[in-house]
Design a protein around this ligand. Sequence first.
Ligand SMILES: NC(=O)c1ccc[n+]([C@@H]2O[C@H](COP(=O)([O-])OP(=O)(O)OC[C@H]3O[C@@H](n4cnc5c(N)ncnc54)[C@H](OP(=O)(O)O)[C@@H]3O)[C@@H](O)[C@H]2O)c1
Length: 281
Amino acid sequence: MASYFITGATGTIGKEVVTSLLENNATVIAATRNPEKSQDLFNNKATSVHFDYGNKDTFNQVQGTDGILIIGPPLNPALFELLEPFVGYIQDNYTGRVVYLSGYGMDALKQMPFHALMENKLKSTNLNWNIVRPGFFMQNFGNYERENIEQRNVLFSPAGEGKTPFVSATDIASAISVLLTDQNRKHQTHILTGAKAYSHFDVAELLTTILGTPIAYANPDQHTYRKVLKDSGAPDFIADYMIPIYGLVKNGTIQNTTNSIKELTGRDPETLEEVLKRDFS
Ligand SMILES: NC(=O)c1ccc[n+]([C@@H]2O[C@H](COP(=O)([O-])OP(=O)(O)OC[C@H]3O[C@@H](n4cnc5c(N)ncnc54)[C@H](OP(=O)(O)O)[C@@H]3O)[C@@H](O)[C@H]2O)c1
């Protein structure tokens, strides 16, 4: 039976990939710094191991597996420096398939080059790699904006009036599972999006209907966003990280849809309405 080493297994995408692979009867090693948490999460159906990009002694656990999913934690501008030693290790010691979770439009952010550097690093190796570049996750609203939405009735992202095709974590995971398991796919880069682009005004309207209470999009400029985050006690680096990323929406860099989800999984992508209803009902 084929086996897969899934990093970030307790996170938004990793969790869904583990679930998707288990449903297809694969053997899964769920790799995080908190194996106890992942053991509970997957009901012991996956093998949970302690893995840390910062600890080379944990790298050889990939041996004997058929594929690796590399997920780097968010909010880390030094992501390339964190992940590079692991890629260096597998470059010399691994012959299985490798999928990297990058991001839609991140190659345009010259001041935050970590995903582009990782993509280039993988492309420079003899590894059997594939790359996915998903758009903003639909699940971000439930994961990161819930307090603003449910307690303050507001969406507070510095995304301007830009539209972007949010994509469901479930669809991203299904696409990654295909790339990990399909022997015919090699050296491909897929931009993963939903079928339709929405502005944050559109999202506020959808949430208003789902929650039955008015939700407004505050459309903060970057100074207001930075000040509100600071006043709420958030460290400066969060605004430094989020403002350029939302800038990709604001300036239209990530407004186009692709049909990669359907092409890879054979299914239409989930709609934002479906995911918001699931997360907020
Ligand atoms: N959110 C979006 O809209 C979006 C869009 C496109 C791309 N992305 C990219 O997606 C990635 C984040 O994925 P996600 O949202 O699924 O992550 P997440 O939910 O924040 O989970 C991060 C995972 O990484 C693990 N982790 C953290 N530090 C680690 C370390 N030093 N060694 C090993 N594992 C570590 C965490 O587990 P432990 O803490 O237990 O170790 C956790 O399982 C980022 O690279 C981001 O740029 C995000």
